[in-house]
Design a protein around this ligand. Sequence first.
Ligand code: UT7
Length: 310
Amino acid sequence: MIYAKIKATGSYLPEKVVANTDLARTIDTSDEWIVQRTGIQRRHVVAENENVVTMAVAAASKALEQASLTPHDLDMIIVATCTASQVFPATACSVQAQLGAQNCAAFDVQAACSGFIYGLSIAQQFIAGGQYKRILLIGSEAMSRVLDWQDRSSCILFGDGAGAVILEAANEPGVMSTHLSADGSYKDVLFLDNADVVKMQGNAVFKLAVKWLSQVAKQALEHNHMQPSDIDWVVPHQANIRIINSTVKSLGISEDKVIVTVDEHANTSAASIPLALDVGIRDGRIKPGQNLLFEAFGGGLTWGSAMVRL
Ligand code: UT7
C-alpha cells in the first residue's frame, strides 16, 4: 500500500500585526469581548504588495528547504484558497511560475475554511493511486481583503497567512483517512456577497460547527479503530477557541493535546491548519511517528477531518 506522508512544512505570516486594541479604536468592540468570545488577541494582515500568491510562495519555499527538495521535484501543486486575487489563472499556476517549478500539474481547491482538508484528500488519493510521488499542498488566504472593517461581528475574527506541506509517497502511514462533507442548504449563513465581502450569521455557524466537527472527528477515530487516547495532537481549524474546546471535549480529548494558534493568527481560513501544524512541528511539540487529527469547518457549509501519522 502506498501512503501520502508529510515530509515537510512551511508557513508565512505578514509582518503587520493588528491587535484587538487597534480594532477597538475604530469599531465598537473591546479586547476583553474579543478574547472572551473567540480567544483571538491579534492577527496578521497583508501589506499592499502582498497577496495569496506571494504568501503561498514564501510558505512553500520554507517547506521545500526543510525537505531539501527543489521545485523541479514536484509533480503537483494544489492551493486551497477562497481569497484568490484572480479567478483564473489558478493561484497554483502563479505559484508554480514564481517557484520556477516545471512539468507539474497545478490547480486550486475552493472549500472555504475546509479547503486544506479537501486538498489533502485529493493529494492523498493521487499519491495512493500511484500517479504522483510528490505534491505541494498550500493553504493561503488574504481574508483582510474581503472583510467589512466596520462590521464588528465578522471583521474581528479573521487574519491573513499561508501554510504549506509537501506530501511524499511512502510505504508507511501517512494520511490514514480523510472524511469530507458539505451541506449547501446552509450556503447563506457564511458567504462572500456580490461585492466580495464576508457575510456571516456567527451564532448559527458556531452551533453547526460544534455539531458537525464532533461527528466528522468521531468518523475519523472509528474508521481507524482508534481511541481518543491514541491521538497525540489535534490540529484544528482555528476559528474560535470555544469551538475548538467544545469539539475536543465532546471527543474526550484533553485541551492540552490541541495546537492552538487562534490567539496569535485569528481565523486564516484554509491556511489555519497548515500554519498551526508548522508551528507545532518547528517548536518541537509535534514529533515524527505521532498521530494527528485535523478537523475543519467553513463556508459552504463544508467540513472534514483527516487522521495523519507524521
Ligand atoms: O471558519 C468559520 C468562520 N466563522 C466562524 O467561526 C464564526 C463562528 N461564530 C463565532 O465565533 C461567534 O458566533 C462570534 C464570535 C462571531 C459571536 O459570538 P457569540 O457569542 O455567538 O455572540 P452573538 O453573535 O450572539 O452576539 C452577542 C452580542 C450581540 O449583542 P446583543 O444583540 O446581545 O446586544 C452582538 O451585537 O455581542 C455583540 N457583538 C459584539 N460586541 C462587541 C458582536 N460582535 C461584537 C464585537 N464586540 N466584536
